[in-house]
Design a protein around this ligand. Structure first.
Ligand code: SAM
Length: 671
């Protein structure tokens, strides 16, 4: 399929927040997706929920969908490929524009102390997961575009849920009012993440920030809303359920049985055991309640209905959530070392409110995969997307774990950690998923390293004192555009705005980027015409042979033996070398040289496709040790493939880098 131009509807309403470079999005380009991997359902009979897949696009495999790419392009791809109006819930937790570089701690595998890195027991490497340093205007335009496309994917009766913090929440609410219409607003939930925040050390002049905001917007009036309940507070129990039933010890409260509003509201009037009133129930129903022992009488003979505590659903959920703790690293299950992982309980709540089993849930900032993992557990269909390869791999691995757990539960008849309501065990909709890549913008090298290398190579002196221009080269000020996206007209517009605030500045500007959008080239040509000062020069590293030639990367390598023994296929890995990990460890170790005693320490997981078609990796065996202290096995015995089949082995290291080796499986049988 070639790329297509897809129309996007205009924003609905008011108020309209404005920002530098605001522009509506009338059309987007939809790129085809490249199928990367199929993770098939595990073997064994696992009952599935009866889901109506008739709304599913015919060309898309049924099952979970995980996309690697910029969500603007992924959402456009989904719009162009049959998902317009099909998604029941969109939950997003976008980067907060917090000015911080989020890092994922990468540990080597193995028992603590078992992996010898000289000078350090267990050296950590850091991988930048994503960088969210954006100027406000860029950030708002970024969000505006994504919201406009996401809205098109939302079903009539669907909910859009945005998770953010107070730094941007007020702006984003205005943007959502404009995109969805202010009448679409349903709730602003305050999620109290923790009791105290360390941002209020001594001398701080602000309150500790302990809450996030979660906005709910509905598409159309008749949206799905399954009220959730929280347990009654102890004070309510003590105050309202004071009575204890003799014999059963059940606590109950006494509910009024007179008819609200009296006879004028149509409540039946009759005499009950000497008292005449307008009652809530008919005389027959009262008699039935009495017979069941559900009426109690005061000394004066007034009847009340028993309402048992153990039958109470609790309190309907309010917009103040202080009963879910944030994910705190290693103590918690589902821990992914992902810096901004949200608790599964939070997502379970959102998904249960907004969808029914079988509905489709989308998260295009999937991070560690919480939304997809919980949707899978709750018998919903799901689509996830992230720009970061580490996030995609983390999510894929997590989903494999959830599916394996569902299979185990089905086989043992136990529910496991499925978060289902006790009385209504949920069956999965699917046990397979596929991964895709849209408009590959995979950098191969990590962002920070790339910036450092670029500066070194281009002779740029870094200047950390200037918040906008990151360096100088000769007579020129240097602007390094974050390498996670190509240079866009918006980046250039921000540069022009910055220059306006510096009327004395006469120097030319050097912009360094990794890639450039076509429109940005036109913008530059136009801008530079007849300009005596502040000319903008560009070094675009991807296509600039002279300046970009330094982008070299020593890839992951491995020694693998793939052979046949009788009826078995044997895959044996004997060595894996990751120059990037060694380089990182050496950098951190200073004068010490890193030495990795066991190659398995650098390997995160091993995947094997026993019948590789050359295009899509179908996982027949996944060795993904659950705990960080465990190693992959390194030797695998599988049933023999058909003669002539290609066996592919994929090794992913602790920085998310991949190595793939293939071998054609011979017909000869070795003794
Ligand atoms: C706050 S995290 C989401 C965390 C997630 N809710 C969880 O529980 O793990 C935001 C994610 O958005 C991703 N992201 C940022 N910009 C993106 C873009 N343009 N397209 C797709 N993903 C993006 C980042 O890589 C990051 O993983």
């Amino acid at each position: 399929m070639s790329q297509k131009d897809i129309p996007v509807a205009k924003a609905k309403g008011r108020p309209m927040l404005t920002w530098v470079g605001k522009k509506p999005l009338a059309r987007v380009t939809a790129f085809p997706a490249q199928h990367i991997e199929t993770v098939p359902a595990p073997a064994g009979d696992v009952p599935l929920a009866a889901v109506d897949w008739s709304d599913w696009p015919r060309d898309v495999p049924q099952g979970g969908l995980l996309y690697h790419g910029d969500n603007k392009e992924v959402l456009a791809h989904l719009l162009a490929n049959g998902f317009r109006g099909k998604v029941k819930l969109i939950y997003i937790d976008p980067p907060f524009d917090s000015g911080a570089d989020y890092v994922r701690k990468v540990q080597l595998r193995g028992p603590k102390g078992g992996t010898k890195v000289e000078g350090e027991d267990y050296t950590l490497g850091e991988q930048v997961q994503y960088s969210d340093i954006w100027a406000n205007d860029n950030y708002l335009q970024f969000m505006y575009e994504r919201l406009l496309i996401a809205k098109e994917l939302l079903a009539d009766g669907g909910l859009f849920v945005l998770h953010c913090d107070p730094a941007r929440g007020h702006y984003l609410k205005c943007v959502m009012d404009e995109v969805f219409g202010s009448e679409a607003f349903v709730n602003q939930v305050v999620w109290k993440r923790s009791d105290a925040h360390s941002d209020v050390g001594q001398g701080a002049k602000h309150f500790g920030t302990v809450h996030d905001m979660i906005f709910f917007y509905a598409q159309g009036g008749a949206y799905t809303w399954n009220t959730q309940f929280t347990p009654l507070p102890t004070s309510t129990v003590e105050q309202w359920y004071r009575n204890v039933e003799e014999g059963t010890e059940r606590r109950y409260n006494k509910a009024d049985v007179t008819g609200p509003g009296g006879a004028v509201k149509g409540n039946p009037v009759y005499e009950w055991k000497g008292i005449t009133r307008a009652w809530r129930y008919s005389k027959e129903r009262m008699a039935e309640l009495d017979k069941q022992g559900l009426l109690v009488y005061t000394a004066s003979g007034m009847p009340y209905q028993k309402r048992y505590l153990d039958e109470s659903k609790g309190v309907p959920l309010q917009d103040w959530w202080d009963d879910i703790q944030m994910v705190r690293g290693i103590q918690r299950r589902g821990e992914s070392h992902y810096p901004t992982e949200k608790p599964g309980e939070l997502l379970a709540r959102v998904i249960k409110v907004a969808t029914n089993p079988g509905d489709l849930v989308l998260d295009c900032f999937i991070g560690s995969g919480t939304t997809a993992a919980v949707a899978q557990k709750l018998g919903r269909r799901w689509i996830g997307c992230d720009i970061n390869k580490g996030a995609i791999q983390t999510t894929a691995k997590r989903l494999q774990g959830v599916i394996a757990e569902q299979q185990k539960s089905a086989l043992t008849g136990r529910q496991g950690d499925l978060m289902a309501d006790e009385n209504a065990p949920l069956l999965p909709c699917q046990l397979a998923f596929t991964t895709w890549r849209v408009n590959d913008y995979d950098l191969q090298i990590q962002h920070n390293e790339a910036v450092e290398l670029a500066c070194e190579h281009l002779g740029i002196t870094r200047r950390h004192t200037d918040p906008f221009f990151g360096g100088i080269r000769g007579q020129m000020l240097v602007k390094i555009v974050p390498f996670n996206h190509p240079l866009t007209p918006l980046d250039l517009e921000a540069l022009r705005t910055e220059l306006k605030t510096r009327p004395e500045e006469e120097r030319d500007i050097l912009v360094v980027s990794l890639g450039i959008e076509h429109a940005a080239r036109d913008w530059l040509t136009h801008y530079n015409q007849n300009r005596p000062i502040n000319k903008i020069h560009l070094v675009e590293l991807r296509s600039d042979r002279k300046s970009g030639g330094f982008i070299k990367h020593e890839p992951l390598s491995a020694q693998i033996d793939i052979r046949r023994e009788g009826e078995k296929l044997i895959v044996e890995i004997t060595d894996v070398v990751s120059p990037s990990i060694l380089q990182r460890l050496n950098k951190e170790g200073g004068v010490f040289r890193a030495e990795i005693a066991d190659w398995r320490a650098v390997v995160d997981c091993v995947l094997i496709d026993t019948d590789h078609d050359g295009a899509v990796f179908k996982v027949a065996l996944a060795d993904v040790p659950e705990r960080k202290q465990d190693f992959v096995s390194g030797r695998y015995d599988l049933p023999a493939s058909q003669p002539g089949a290609t066996v592919a082995v994929k090794i992913i290291d602790m920085l998310g880098e991949e190595f793939v080796s293939t071998a054609v499986f011979g017909a000869e049988v070795q003794p």
